[in-house]
Write a protein of this length. Structure first.
Length: 78
């Protein structure tokens, strides 16, 4: 994923937001990040679709797996 982001950042035109939006659409529809080349080809034709609670939970779970662990102390909110 990081390699793809570095390639997109080197392009002379702004492709990053378009690709990000298409990957988000793919996440909503298939509840996973594209991993194979054929799945990335689907990004060319994919568009917005509806999402239910399970889909949003799956997207949030995938996002949480991609990032570093939070160092925020929840006890400060009490």
């Amino acid at each position: 994923m990081e390699e793809q982001a570095s390639v997109i950042a080197k392009l002379p035109f702004n492709l990053g937001s378009t690709v990000s939006r298409k990957i988000y659409y793919y996440l909503i529809k298939h509840r996973k990040i594209p991993s194979k080349f054929s799945e990335y080809l689907k990004l060319l034709t994919i568009g917005p679709s509806s999402a239910d609670r399970e889909t949003l939970a799956a997207v949030l779970n995938i996002i949480s797996e991609q990032g570093a662990a939070s160092t925020f102390d929840c006890e400060t909110l009490r």
